[in-house]
Design a protein around this ligand. Sequence first.
Ligand code: NAG
Ligand code: NAG
Ligand code: NAG
Ligand code: NAG
Length: 500
Amino acid sequence: MNQILSVVTIFLALASSGKCSNVYSRKDFPKGFAFGAAASAYQWEGAVDEDGRTPSVWDTFVHSRNQANGEIACDGYHKYKEDVQLMVQTGLNAYRFSISWSRLIPNGRGHVNPKGLQFYKNFIELLVSHGIQPHVTLYHYDHPQYLDNEYGGWLNRRIIEDFTAYADVCFREFGNHVKFWNTINEANIYTIGGYSDGLTPPGHCSSRSICSSGNSSTEPYIVGHNLLLAHASASRLYKQKYKDIQGGSVGFSVFALGFTPTSSANDLIAVQRAKAFLFGWMLGPLTYGDYPDEMKRTLGSRLPVFTEEESALVKDSSDFIGVIHYLAASVTSVTHVKSQSDPGFFTDMGVSLKSMKLCLFSLDQYAIVPWAMEAVLEYIKESYGNPPIYILENGTPMKQILKDTPRIEFLQAYIGAVLNSIRKGSNARGYFVWSFMDLYELLSGYDYSFGLYYVNFSDPHRKRIPKLSAHWYSAFLKDNTTFLGSQGIAQLQSNFSSPY
Ligand SMILES: *[C@@H]1O[C@H](CO)[C@@H](O)[C@H](O)[C@H]1NC(C)=O
Ligand SMILES: *[C@@H]1O[C@H](CO)[C@@H](O)[C@H](O)[C@H]1NC(C)=O
Ligand SMILES: *[C@@H]1O[C@H](CO)[C@@H](O)[C@H](O)[C@H]1NC(C)=O
Ligand SMILES: *[C@@H]1O[C@H](CO)[C@@H](O)[C@H](O)[C@H]1NC(C)=O
């Protein structure tokens, strides 16, 4: 009896001290902390050539590579009302999605498509009428193909003006209801994937066996520069024209790996270099007005230079940082070979990365290493002035199954890590599960998915079914419980009467 009592006492002590990241509930989070889930336009909407939408570079990319595509995806364009009902039932405080630039402004600039405008107005108004906060991303891998054809998209500074005009339309038309704007989705990995490795839209790289055009040693840095300037320009416009009336905020988001050294002292230095390249590349200019010294030293004339005016424009242009976090990687130092032709981003970084499970772009279930989330939040707090943070994506891919217990274990661990970070002073203000439902995925098409809701992609009606993780997240949000430990999950599972 005594023994049992002391076990109970230890359990309660852990619970109340908050040291154990598995023991927490919704109520432990600060007032106003937003819990949500996320998706993006091309991955969810479908209806790619309906009501005046024109192709984006993402449409073009998947067709040129003969990949599965988002032509129908979840058919969200037609099913948004049903989806908002699911969000309400789940108990989401917030929902993150992106606007398709080429649905709203088919030629990239000028004429606004009234049907595109109406769709987003309807969707946003419905969310708000149910008390769900919209968090809107303006750019998610999908600038209008028209602008790519005309002047090379992000490779050309002309896009800064066009992006700002597009943002202007969004702020003007939706800003009464939208208070959280994310200009560019995971700008660093978008640039690396799209202009260094060529694995994601628009598919540029130096290797002509993979990419029909591009230059891995120069384009990533030009594109990164133009993304920062476009963000800063849109952000300035918001401050000048809308902020006083609408009271919202404009942020920028980065893909954030957790880094750990492999073994030697050199690897410790390599971790610093990896952080400078992956985070500092974008957060350096946003916080301090310039690129990190490590990047300037390594890249020389390949790294664009900010004029004084641009530096002032970019510095402090982000009201919050959006963090996209999934993976941890162990870092091994690799000596930079100067003679190598067209080094890509990771060669420039001078490290080799090995993710905690399989490769960096592993599509199979991600390793559960919540320390990596804490490390990312701690690093941003310490190195970039503790900015407000929204974790805009976190989750794990799996084959499409309904009893997705490993996903619950993943989310439970990472939400606990966010809470730990908040207790240590991180300015985190929101957390979004990627993804609300199974989507057309950037790297895995329909083979692996991240959804809380299953989508039957063989069904013309694209029927949605809640997975076990949807029940878990909903119970966490509504009932303040986390179904602790294997016993709780087993109970949740036994109540879940699904055959598959
Ligand atoms: C990439 O740019 C560099 C520097 O201008 C040049 O030396 C190299 O040949 C280019 N590579 C390709 C594939 O065009
Ligand atoms: C998906 O839809 C197809 C076609 O309607 C149907 O045959 C199949 O049973 C559905 N699968 C599930 C898991 O509901
Ligand atoms: C969960 O916590 C919230 C905030 O403290 C409270 O309003 C709500 O009633 C709680 N729900 C349950 C089922 O206890
Ligand atoms: C499972 O169902 C029982 C009976 O309806 C209920 O008392 C219990 O709270 C449920 N447990 C979970 C984890 O949903």
